[in-house]
Design a protein around this ligand. Structure first.
Ligand code: NDP
Length: 297
């Protein structure tokens, strides 16, 4: 059994990007730019935004963080996004979710220019993803495909079972793996809470992707021998032995399931670190696309 080391792969990607960004700087005197917009005081969002900013600094991507008060109006936020849509220093705009209840997430996502939507959540980009056109992949699903690629795990003709159908993980990863492309071309089944006998589906998976949000929900009896397990879940469970009083576990019972798996991602240190690495990758790709447009390619 091989543990898929997302922390190591994410570091490799950041190092590769650092080199590429420094090449851009030498050639064009400019670097890619990312703005993160944070509305309100959500502590987890603050941590995520700080991590994203630190990662940008590490690879040499220019970053701005806009911290707005909880009572910011939807129209004000849209105006700010429009300003960044036409700001040449900025190639990626991310609005940290969740937003306060009085702001429509859909409206905000749709206000971001699809050319700068490095989270890959804009309906135009998701539509392009479904029909197999070049687009920004949402960062977590992109990270999953990158892990499978770098560990040389064959997906062509394999049965992938995705548990979870969210717009940010389940649906995009299922659609990406379905494409008739290198690193995809899988037979895909998507399960959700209406599945009466989940095990009936999960037990047939060559590759199982769990994006449920329930601690240790996938147990050893639900998978077959040799399965590849990608655990997207990040769940806090009480643990008095730790300083914080909790620990993070995935949607998969790692102890049990790892005995049957051929490959498995741990939590933490699996899919999690890949998400930010792919955000940087998307920002880099956005910069390159803008250069190609400027040079009429
Ligand atoms: P959502 O809550 O949006 O979606 C959860 C999905 O799981 C839903 O489709 C739901 O079904 C399904 N589900 C819930 N209970 C069951 C069940 N009993 N049987 C089958 N399916 C079930 O979650 P997200 O996709 O946003 O996130 C999933 C997990 O991944 C969370 O733990 C989250 O923290 C983590 N995550 C990690 C990221 C990372 O960077 N590693 C990034 C994003 C998320 P239904 O649609 O019917 O309700």
């Amino acid at each position: 059994m091989t543990i898929i080391d997302g922390k190591k792969v994410a570091k490799e990607i950041r190092l590769e990007l650092k080199e590429k960004v420094s090449g851009l700087k030498n050639k064009y005197g400019r670097v890619p730019g990312l703005v993160a917009i944070l509305v309100g005081e959500n502590p987890a969002s603050q941590v995520y935004v700080r991590m994203k900013q630190r990662a940008c600094d590490e690879v040499g991507i220019y970053s701005e963080v806009l911290r707005l008060p909880e009572e910011t109006k939807e129209t004000e936020l849209i105006e700010l996004i429009q300003k960044y849509n036409s700001d040449e220093k900025i190639n990626g705009i991310l609005v940290q979710l969740p937003l306060p209840k009085h702001i429509s997430e859909n409206k905000i996502i749709e206000a971001i220019s699809p050319d700068k939507d490095v989270d890959g959540f804009h309906p135009i980009n998701l539509g392009n993803l479904v029909i197999g056109k070049d687009t920004f992949y949402p960062c977590t699903p992109y990270g999953i495909l990158e892990l499978l690629k770098r560990y040389e795990i064959e997906t062509k003709g394999k049965h992938v079972v995705v548990v979870g159908r969210s717009n940010i993980v389940g649906k995009p990863v299922a659609n990406m793996l379905l494409q008739k492309k290198e690193g995809a071309n899988a037979i895909v089944t998507v399960c959700h809470s209406a599945a009466k006998d989940l095990k009936k589906y999960t037990a047939t998976a060559d590759i199982l992707i769990a994006a449920i949000g329930r601690p240790k929900f996938i147990t050893a009896d639900m998978v077959k021998d040799g399965v590849v397990v990608i655990d997207v879940g990040i769940n806090r469970v009480e643990d008095k032995s730790t300083e914080k009083g909790y620990k993070l576990v995935g949607d998969v019972d790692f102890e049990e399931v790892s005995r049957k798996a051929s490959y498995i991602t741990p939590v933490p240190g699996g899919v999690g670190p890949m998400t930010i690495a792919m955000l940087l990758q998307n920002t880099y790709e956005s910069f390159n696309k803008s250069l190609n447009l400027q040079h009429g390619n």
